[in-house]
Write a protein that binds this ligand. Structure first.
Ligand SMILES: O=C(O)CCC(=O)C(=O)O
Ligand SMILES: [Fe+2]
Length: 260
């Protein structure tokens, strides 16, 4: 497996050509401009109040945990040593907020820091976990574009091009361990303050290197693509277990746009 360093730029003006050409890139330091970069754990806890998001356990199971309890764990995971292993707060939607005014307040600080042309249908997610947590290799759903802003700590990424694997074969690949990957593999280390951009369908796998590692991602697409995604959900395409979540998400995003 040959691993190449992903392109990095420090002037956001340079982003336009990567976006137009459909190439991933790290924009160094850009997340420092986000309101969310100044968030403290105390602010997140105070704002999310008693929210009880789903957290992920190492075997893929999910459990509900109050945000305050999760950040208490994250401050010193060792004190919670248990048989289930590391706990990861992933994919917690800040936007759409589903009518929750406190989440809406956080979402304002989480606005996309990239200089994107025009308006987009978008959702934001919060990620927080200790060193050793991360994701398996995947493509994001609905062929959306993705950005992720690293707020605290470090996250290591490995990326492969959309056509790097046959069908869904990429789902079984471990880009941090599998020496048999034949397609190009790109690596990017995100430090606090960095933003990564991924065009649609790029394969990616991440590992959090520090305790804590806190990040916000945005998934975005055109409003026409959002409408098409909702139509597909309504037509029963995709996993039945996620249909209700996806229907709620896309219809909320489209309704917010209609009301904007
Ligand atoms: O940070 C993570 O755990 C996963 C990030 C990711 O897959 C994404 O932003 O699409
Ligand atoms: Fe992803």
């Amino acid at each position: 497996m040959k691993v190449e360093a992903l392109a990095r730029i420090s002037d956001p003006q340079g982003f336009a050509s990567y976006f137009e050409d459909g190439r991933p890139v790290v924009v160094q330091g850009l997340a420092r401009r986000m309101g969310a970069f100044a968030w403290t754990d105390a602010h997140i806890i105070a704002t999310l109040g008693d929210a009880r998001p789903l957290v992920r356990l190492p075997d893929g199971r999910r459990a509900r945990m109050p945000v305050a309890a999760f950040f208490d764990y994250l401050a010193d995971p060792g004190q919670y040593a248990s048989g289930v292993g590391l706990v990861y707060l992933t994919d917690f939607h800040l936007r759409p907020s589903y009518g929750d005014a406190t989440r809406t307040r956080l979402a304002d600080d989480a606005a996309c820091p990239l200089p994107l042309p025009g308006a987009w249908a978008e959702w934001f997610s919060l990620y927080a976990g200790p060193a050793g947590t991360g994701s398996s290799m995947h493509q994001d759903i609905f062929a959306t574009h993705t950005w992720l802003a690293q707020l605290q700590g470090q996250k290591l990424w490995r990326l492969c091009p959309p056509d790097g694997f046959e069908g869904e074969a990429g789902l079984d690949v471990d880009a941090f361990g599998d020496a048999t990957i034949e397609c190009p593999v790109y690596e990017a280390l995100l430090d606090a303050g960095d933003v990564i951009y991924l065009p649609p369908d790029w394969w990616h796998q991440v590992r959090n290197l520090t305790t804590p590692s806190v990040a916000i991602s945005g998934n975005f697409c055109s409003f026409a693509a959002a409408r098409a995604a909702l139509d597909e959900v309504e037509a029963g395409v995709g996993p039945a277990s996620l249909r209700e979540v996806h229907r709620t998400m896309w219809s909320t995003i489209l309704a917010e746009q209609a009301g904007a």
